[in-house]
Design a protein around this ligand. Structure first.
Ligand SMILES: O=C(O)CCC(=O)C(=O)O
Ligand SMILES: [Fe+2]
Length: 294
């Protein structure tokens, strides 16, 4: 109650130049736009379909696995999970560490079906790789912090994330809520996007009202096997804390690649390219790793 009172009154740190500067930092200074072009130049495939919802609005809801398969995945977990660890700043979530490369590959092949693979290729205009993946178990809680408050993820403007829900909304009441790219752009112009983590808010209504804006948030009652693919740097999003049970979500961070994701998966023994979920300072270094030069 008091918290809400103060958080509504809290002064926001708005800076309209910040979003452009952040995209420029990753795309230009750190070289991710050039990296993307190199991957596109290496691509020999064709477009598969008309522009997807993902391309049009920066977010698309999908059925990725059959419900039965999502259940199977969860029930096999105890035998392959090596360790669960949590970081204090990680929003009531535990990372479950799965090191069984065979298990992961078998499931990732199911998840990245021909249909999903083509959608991602169409989006990037190239092959893609799994930069990192994480398996998150969020526990019921009622005080949202960090990724459970409205934010965009810092990173190259065109990278993708997939959140694959492995148990039903009805089991936990947790969710993720999104704005589309065009609406997010309006909040970027007001100066909210990429502000300090401590200044993130739970409700954008007041800020929108002050700026004469209306907006529509998107969310779906996710069933096991359903997921969202989105541009985390370009669409505002926030998690919705589970309240009645654990929420299990498999997260993929995707980048363009000159070669098929599975080649890259093998190259990194299923670990991906990012240590600690952080970005390469210089995308050219990633290019060299992807080429097998170090
Ligand atoms: O946990 C959630 O629903 C949101 C996660 C999030 O912000 C992200 O994966 O970038
Ligand atoms: Fe996020």
């Amino acid at each position: 109650m008091w918290f809400n009172f103060f958080s509504k009154k809290r002064k926001l740190d708005l800076d309209p130049s910040r979003a452009k500067a952040t995209y420029a930092l990753y795309d230009e200074t750190r070289g991710y736009a050039h990296y993307t072009r190199q991957c596109q130049d290496a691509f020999r495939g064709n477009r598969h379909s008309k522009p997807s919802l993902l391309e049009q609005q920066g977010i698309e809801h999908l059925t990725i696995l059959e419900e039965k398969n999502a259940d199977d995945f969860l029930s096999q977990l105890p035998s392959v999970t090596q360790k669960a660890y949590s970081k204090p700043e990680m929003d009531y979530s535990e990372f479950l560490q799965i090191r069984d490369q065979g298990f992961l590959l078998q499931w990732f092949q199911k998840i990245f079906s021909t249909e999903l693979t083509n959608k991602i290729r169409d989006y990037f205009g190239s092959e893609f790789l799994i930069y990192w993946h994480a398996f998150l178990k969020a526990q019921p809680a009622d005080q949202p912090t960090r990724s459970f408050l409205w934010h965009c993820d810092k990173g190259p403007s065109s990278h993708l994330k997939i959140l694959l829900y492995l148990n039903d909304f009805q089991e936990h009441q947790g969710n993720t809520i999104f704005l589309d790219r065009a609406t997010t752009d309006k909040f970027a112009k007001i100066g909210y996007v990429f502000g300090p983590v401590k200044k993130r808010i739970e409700d954008l209504g007041e800020l929108a009202k002050q700026n004469g804006m209306t907006f529509q948030a998107h969310s779906w009652e996710m069933q096991a096997g359903q997921g969202i693919i989105f541009e985390p740097a370009q669409v505002l999003h926030r998690g919705w804390l589970p309240s009645t049970g654990h929420r299990y979500v498999l997260v993929f961070c995707l980048l363009p690649s000159p070669m098929h994701w599975q080649v890259m998966f093998d190259r990194t023994n299923g670990e991906g390219f990012s240590s600690g979920y952080t970005w390469h300072e210089d995308a050219q270094k990633l290019w060299e790793e992807v080429q097998g030069q170090n």
